[in-house]
Design a protein around this ligand. Structure first.
Ligand code: SF4
Ligand code: SF4
Length: 346
């Protein structure tokens, strides 16, 4: 199986990436989980419906699908969907907690055409990770899963969601990632939605402290030393613009370039923004996207309000629209996680 690098995305009228919350079933119960996953049952697309969605994604030019959840390895049709996406010419990625990456699973995933595994990794301390996941022994199982994956030739990236629980372990997680031989590392925004909203007081990092986390992370982005550092955090590109001005840093908020799909087929502007634009069971992605001026509004940095609206960094950052919505009910409001905006008042 030849590895497909992250494909060039270009500028197109439809999303190029899908973040598919394919299930809310999970063997863990993480405190920050935005789909509130766990030992729960919820309506999900059938295999045939899911395959039809993938075929349509391919027809509008979707290049990448992140199969996420919940824990997608609990989905009985996961391999079939990965194979189908691969046959449709789509780069298939898996977002997993890594605890179910058995020897057998990593080989089956690779055979199905999976290109990369993204592992949510919250700390290096068993106590931190167990507290985060609600299940004892999670850290060890994650590490074993990562090792198996790499040994099977399936590259791994680590996604680190910065919260009050774990931001102090960022440097240690980066060091462990290097030791394990992972290929990529990404700082991800904690969005207080779903269970994350319920546990927000325990998790939210106040803006001034968060600025320190962003600064520390940016120094790795600027001096990567062999590892590929990315971000799903607009404040990173905003800060990079200040630290090392370049012609243009594109905001790491991919709104407009990606969309979310909920387990029951709803199309969302982003998986963490629970505002359905339509449902794949009733309409096509093309139709939903074309009839949604809302997405264009979300992309328009000149439509932002509050401090984001006047900020000199709004084209490079623009804040996280999902966080703004979660805390104010207005997607265009200023980003309450930003130190330029100030301490939380809600
Ligand atoms: S709104 Fe926030 S969570 Fe959604 S894509 Fe943008 S940065 Fe990511
Ligand atoms: S005020 Fe808004 S646009 Fe400016 S840096 Fe903060 S989050 Fe980004």
């Amino acid at each position: 199986m030849t590895e497909r690098p992250f494909p060039p995305l270009g500028v197109f009228p439809y999303p190029r990436i899908v973040g598919w919350v394919s299930t809310v079933k999970c063997n863990l119960k993480c405190v920050h989980c935005y789909p509130s996953s766990g030992a729960v049952k919820a309506e999900e697309l059938t295999t045939e419906e899911s395959k039809a969605c993938i075929t349509e994604f391919s027809s509008v030019g979707i290049k990448v699908i992140f199969m996420s959840g919940g824990e997608p390895l609990l989905k009985k049709d996961l391999l079939e969907l990965i194979k189908h996406g691969t046959n449709e010419g789509i780069t298939m990625f898996l977002c997993t907690n890594a605890t179910l990456l058995s020897e057998k699973n990593v080989h089956l995933l690779k055979e199905a055409g999976l290109q990369r595994v993204f592992v949510g990794f919250e700390g290096v301390n068993s106590e931190t990770v167990d507290r985060f996941s609600g299940v004892k022994g999670t850290l060890e199982r994650k590490i074993e899963g990562i090792k198996r994956s790499i040994a099977a030739g399936l590259p791994v990236s680590i996604d680190f969601v910065g919260t009050k629980y774990n931001y102090a372990e960022l440097e240690d997680v980066i060091a462990l990632a290097r030791k394990l031989g992972v290929s990529g590392f990404s700082l991800k925004r904690f969005v207080p939605t779903g269970r994350g909203r319920d546990n927000m007081d325990e998790l939210w990092v106040e803006p001034v402290k968060y600025q320190e986390v962003i600064n520390a992370y940016c120094s790795h982005v600027l001096n990567p030393d062999g590892m590929d550092f990315g971000a799903h955090e607009p404040l990173v590109t905003g800060r990079l613009t200040e630290l090392k001005p370049m012609k243009f840093y594109t905001s790491t908020c991919p709104i407009g370039m990606w969309c979310g799909i909920s387990p029951r087929g709803e199309v969302l502007p982003c998986p963490m923004l629970p505002i359905p634009l339509g449902n794949m069971k009733e309409d096509s992605l093309k139709g939903i996207w074309e009839n949604s001026p809302f997405v264009a509004k979300l992309k328009d940095k000149n439509a932002l309000k509050g401090r984001c609206g006047t900020c000199e960094l709004r084209y490079n950052c623009g804040g996280c629209r999902a966080t703004a919505y979660a805390l104010s009910g207005d997607c265009l409001a200023e980003d309450p996680n930003c130190w330029k905006v100030g301490a939380r008042t809600c």
